[in-house]
Design a binder for this molecule. Structure first.
Ligand SMILES: Cc1ncc(COP(=O)(O)O)c(C=O)c1O
Length: 372
């Protein structure tokens, strides 16, 4: 674990998930008192019982959201209420008592007030916030736990793949299944991720960046990537069609996905939530119907997909580079993140910080509010 080094950040690419800010926020749930108020404390190790339920049985859900630097005194968090709502849905699926959405927003405010100044004003950097809910009871009975804990930590990051919208190469996973009907694929359950690593490793060995997950029943409909949703562009210009697989329970309905559907619709694109098979993806790339494909997510923002590998076959998407619809939607989203364009109502929560720099005390009187 490294603490964020602001001086190094001026020049280096900052890897995802490594450089944490100096504080964290915690809360606890008991049967008697429900959820406690979130509290700010220095980032530090936790102590736990070796019999903790979350460790043994995986009763753990999490979120991932980002805040962007505004001027010297503020950071803006992107759609925290929507992430809080998804955390509630994830908690309900795992029989975890839902953290009130206001508590997550209060926790976000606490960490951003304290550590927002850690985020340099360098374009492309953001503060990634990681809330987690986990079963903290020490008991190995096979039933939902009777004690839970909440944790919010943050790290400074550049792009997930790179700081620029460089195209990635994806690999079609044929040996494993990420999600099943009635399972947990539609929520952000910690146990969704480790089982995908074997396929991710196969993808890496095949020279690819990410796994394309197919539907678990027919194994032919494209669901999503391991940590991102997928979009396909047919045609180009103002009449381009934008297609993303429907959120029928086996893919995670991304907040970025929802934002892009909104922004594309507002630009007059023909936006559709429709299934697309792997055969269609290949055939329509080859005949030029599909001109672009991109991945979307909090970490990846909008990342072009340049090439698909499926067993011994591979095909290029469009020119193999970032296409114009991909870049226009990426710019539209990034302009909202950074305040260059107005945000739709309720998308941004702006939190005041005082001073910029690591380890400064939290500024409790700062103005906290939503808006642009
Ligand atoms: C499996 C999966 N799909 C899609 C996404 C994209 O979701 P969002 O746009 O809310 O980050 C994520 C990231 O949270 C993910 O883990």
């Amino acid at each position: 674990m490294r603490q964020f080094d602001a001086a190094a950040a001026e020049s280096d690419r900052i890897p995802f998930g490594e450089q944490f800010t100096p504080h964290m926020v915690t809360a606890e749930w008991t049967e008697r008192d429900g959820w406690s108020e979130p509290r700010l404390s220095p980032f530090g190790d936790l102590s736990m019982s070796p019999a903790m339920v979350g460790l043994h049985y995986g009763q753990v859900v999490f979120e991932g959201l980002k805040a962007y630097r505004r001027d010297d005194d503020a950071v803006a968090c992107f759609r925290p209420a929507d992430h809080a709502a998804r955390l509630r849905r994830s908690a309900e699926r795992l029989a975890i008592p839902a953290l009130p959405e206001e508590s997550l927003l209060a926790a976000v405010d606490l960490i951003l007030e304290a550590d927002g100044g850690s985020l340099p004003q360098r374009p492309g950097l953001s503060l990634y916030l990681r809330p987690v809910l986990y079963a903290s009871e020490a008991n190995l009975a096979l039933r939902p736990a009777r004690r839970y804990a909440f944790l919010l930590i943050a790290f400074v990051t550049g792009g997930f793949f790179s700081d620029r919208p460089d195209p990635v190469r994806v690999w079609v996973g044929r040996d494993h299944t990420r999600a099943v009907p009635g399972g947990t694929g539609g929520v952000k359950f910690a146990g969704n991720y480790a089982p995908s690593y074997a396929a991710q490793e196969q993808a890496r060995q095949a020279g690819c960046d990410q796994v394309v997950w197919l539907d678990p029943v027919e194994r032919r409909w494209v669901d999503e990537l391991g940590g991102m949703n997928l979009f396909f562009v047919r045609g180009g210009g103002p009449s381009a069609q934008l297609v993303t697989p429907p959120a029928t329970g086996t893919l995670l309905p991304g907040v970025t996905r929802d934002s892009l559907l909104h922004l594309a619709g507002a630009r007059g694109l023909d936006v559709r939530e429709e299934p697309l098979s792997i055969e269609q993806w290949q055939a329509e790339c080859l005949d030029g119907t599909i001109t672009e494909t991109f991945a979307s997510g909090t970490a990846a923002v909008v990342t072009p997909v340049g090439e698909v590998r499926d067993g011994t076959e591979s095909w290029q998407v469009g020119t193999g580079l970032a296409g114009p619809v991909t870049l226009a939607l990426r710019d539209a989203l990034v302009d909202i993140h950074t305040g260059r364009a107005p945000a739709p109502e309720g998308w941004l929560r702006t939190v005041g910080i005082r001073g910029a720099g690591l380890g400064r005390p939290a500024h409790r009187e700062s103005l906290v509010g939503s808006g642009q």
